[in-house]
Design a protein around this ligand. Structure first.
Ligand SMILES: [Fe+2]
Ligand SMILES: [Fe+2]
Length: 169
């Protein structure tokens, strides 16, 4: 009897469909990060006011972190024999993170950030579930990045709380 070849997991030709599905999930995650970078750059510059400084500083730091996430997703897409999409494939989804009418409207930005982070948390949780037993390397990376997004969300919930306590939000 012929011995079967050792498994290469997600790289097995029998797993082609699963691999393409993971690449699709990663492409969506990649665009979410890129859009977040755009939204956070603008918010971190646009906001006005003494109280905005903490939020702006935090967003400036997040821009670097989200860009790092986008890079990691791009690299994983490549490793899985996918192609990192070009800019023409981009479709904006963060309608809630457009600049507010008044650039002192910090609450608008805080709420928008919480919504963006929640969206990322939902998608990455889905990726973790769908890669279970299929692609442990992508799953591992996703768990780490999900942790970052949970931290971002928690921080901005804290910012929002301050405004809620004061009755501004
Ligand atoms: Fe991110
Ligand atoms: Fe984030």
């Amino acid at each position: 009897m012929e011995a079967s070849a050792p498994s290469k997991g997600i790289f097995d030709s029998a797993n082609l469909e699963a691999r393409e599905h993971v690449v699709e999930l990663l492409r969506k995650a990649y665009w979410m990060e890129i859009e977040t970078v755009m939204s956070y750059i603008s918010a971190s510059v646009n906001l006005d006011g003494v109280r905005a400084q903490e939020v702006k500083e935090s967003l400036r730091e997040d821009v670097e972190e989200e860009l790092g996430h986008a890079r990691r997703f791009a690299e994983r897409i490549k490793e899985l024999y996918g192609v990192v999409p070009g800019s023409e494939d981009f479709a904006a989804e963060q309608s809630y993170l457009q600049p507010p009418e008044e650039q002192t409207d910090i609450v608008h930005v805080i709420r928008g950030v919480i919504k963006a982070e929640t969206g990322a948390i939902e998608h990455y949780t889905r990726v973790i579930e769908e890669t279970e037993g299929v692609d442990p390397v992508t799953q591992d990376m996703m768990i780490e990045i999900l942790h970052d997004e949970q931290g971002h969300r928690r921080l901005f919930e804290g910012f929002l709380r301050e405004y809620e306590v004061e009755g501004i939000a």
